[in-house]
Design a protein around this ligand. Structure first.
Ligand SMILES: NC(=O)c1ccc[n+]([C@@H]2O[C@H](COP(=O)([O-])OP(=O)(O)OC[C@H]3O[C@@H](n4cnc5c(N)ncnc54)[C@H](OP(=O)(O)O)[C@@H]3O)[C@@H](O)[C@H]2O)c1
Length: 316
């Protein structure tokens, strides 16, 4: 291969670095990430590696933040407050509503020292009520808030290709959007505070019914003595095709349920959906039934199995 002229060769590393930054399209910012779990750990990593941001982290179990800081040349903080101090954007990805409140409020909480103008972004799958409460609390401090639950699972977080459903005001969204691109393939503003969580509820309602349908079809196919792989190869290209069918039929047929999103998390999410439906008057009969099916899976020892384990209660 012909060598490049010397000036171009010297400039190339800078040009490549510039192109990488332009791909993500964002200036380096001071950010914080609270909650380095299955999702948060790789998301925070992408903020450094892909986004080029200066990242401080807090995790309840300190070993994880120590390892993360070592691997990613970031700063580990002893409290959520210390992580958020001086940050322009603070991300959270913890378990449920109560976990979020425990890292946001109080003497050591994120809001204690959050600078006016900073934005708090919640990636936890939580209630819309909590999102509206946090929006008010952030506004009272002169800060912004976005509820931003994600879809795409562990693989989506590891590969930086999550889908993010955002609630909040447009100006705040536009400020944070380029940072979210560090670990996302699709980011959309769904409406005012709480709308991101409501969109995630729609997502989970779809998945609940869909996985039960797929489980029943595979169960039926097994009883009918069909070659499931052959059938799925054909029907997955038609109207019955889905991500779940393409990605899970094989492992479901083998009775393997260790692929990410756990039954206990799904039950938390379906509980949030059913609560919200009681408030807004929506009727969710299939979602309520599938929630009970997941309760049965839990009694079979499947709390940590993934959501495709609905088939297990049909084949036991
Ligand atoms: N996993 C998925 O496939 C997936 C997909 C989409 C959405 N989500 C949602 O994303 C959120 C996080 O899921 P995950 O799978 O990353 O969960 P995870 O692996 O269990 O991690 C939860 C994180 O939250 C921290 N945490 C929990 N309670 C806390 C508290 N009271 N105070 C401080 N920190 C607390 C944990 O700290 P420790 O390390 O100390 O335990 C850990 O860092 C959940 O809302 C989940 O529903 C998950």
């Amino acid at each position: 291969m012909a060598s490049l002229p010397a000036p171009l060769s010297r400039a190339l590393p800078n040009l490549l670095a510039q192109a990488e930054t332009q791909k993500v399209g964002v200036e380096s910012m001071k950010v914080a990430f609270v909650g380095l779990g299955v999702m948060g750990y790789p998301m925070a990593r992408h903020l450094v590696g892909k986004g080029g941001h200066e990242v401080a982290v807090f995790n309840r179990t300190a070993e994880k933040s120590e390892t993360w800081a070592r691997e990613n040349k970031g700063r580990k903080a002893a409290t959520p407050r210390e992580a958020a101090m001086g940050a322009e954007v603070v991300f959270m990805c913890v378990g449920n509503d109560d976990d979020v409140r425990s890292v946001v409020y109080g003497e050591d909480g994120i809001l204690a020292d959050l600078a006016p103008g900073a934005v708090l972004v919640d990636h936890t799958t939580a209630s819309a009520t909590l999102a509206r409460e946090l929006d008010e609390a952030a506004r009272a401090k002169g800060c912004g808030f976005l509820d931003a639950p994600v879809s795409g699972g562990q693989a989506g977080a590891e590969n930086g290709v999550l889908t993010v459903m955002v609630g909040g005001d447009e100006a705040t969204f536009e400020t944070v959007r380029p940072v979210l691109d560090s670990y996302s393939r699709m980011v959309g503003l769904m409406g005012p505070a709480g709308s991101g969580q409501l969109a995630k509820m729609m997502n989970q309602i779809c998945i609940a019914g869909l996985v039960e349908g797929l489980s029943e079809a595979l169960h039926f196919g097994q009883k009918a003595g069909l070659d499931l792989a052959k059938v799925v190869e054909v029907i997955s290209k038609g109207a019955a095709g889905s991500w779940q069918m393409e990605n899970r039929h094989k492992t479901m047929a083998e009775g393997r349920y260790d692929f990410g999103f756990a039954v206990e998390w799904m039950r938390k999410d379906l509980g949030i959906c059913l609560d919200e439906a009681r408030r807004n008057g929506a009727t969710l009969p299939v979602t309520a039934l599938v929630d009970q099916f997941y309760a049965e899976v839990e009694t079979m020892g499947g709390r940590r199995w993934d959501t495709s384990s609905l088939l297990a209660r049909l084949t036991r």
